[in-house]
Design a protein around this ligand. Sequence first.
Ligand code: ZN
Length: 159
Amino acid sequence: MKIEKDRVVRFHYTVSEQGSEPLETSEGRDPLAILIGHNNIIPGLEKAMEGHEAGDKFEVDVAAADAYGVHQEGLTQRVPKKYFKDAKLFPGMQAVLETNFGPRAVTILKIGMSVVDVDLNHPMAGKDLHFAVEIVEVREAVEEEIAHGHVHGDGGHAH
Ligand code: ZN
């Protein structure tokens, strides 16, 4: 079965900045599961998956614009320190900020007495990425998954 819109793909991946060491991998964990055609992963990777089948391995370069977007200057915000759960904050570290739109990964810029300046760009924004992918499974999505726009069960939402 080939990968196309409204099918569920389970896959392993390793991502690196082009020419650098891996940043993140699913190796040693359960494969990731996504519903194709519903903006669940970065566009460049989804496009590269189309037409592949279970068992396929491939590598692809994805430019920043088709990955996490270009790095935007001035995308900084000053937030109260209490919004961070991490005990020790330091400039340059990645932290998770609880927002009205859910958790968001940010980069700490500057720490004051009670406020913290953060950069809201995605940590991988502005980076040209390289993915190594192994397709584990391809299946038809069930109606409920298509209605919700995400995968249920293994590797997906449990609700
Ligand atoms: Zn759901």
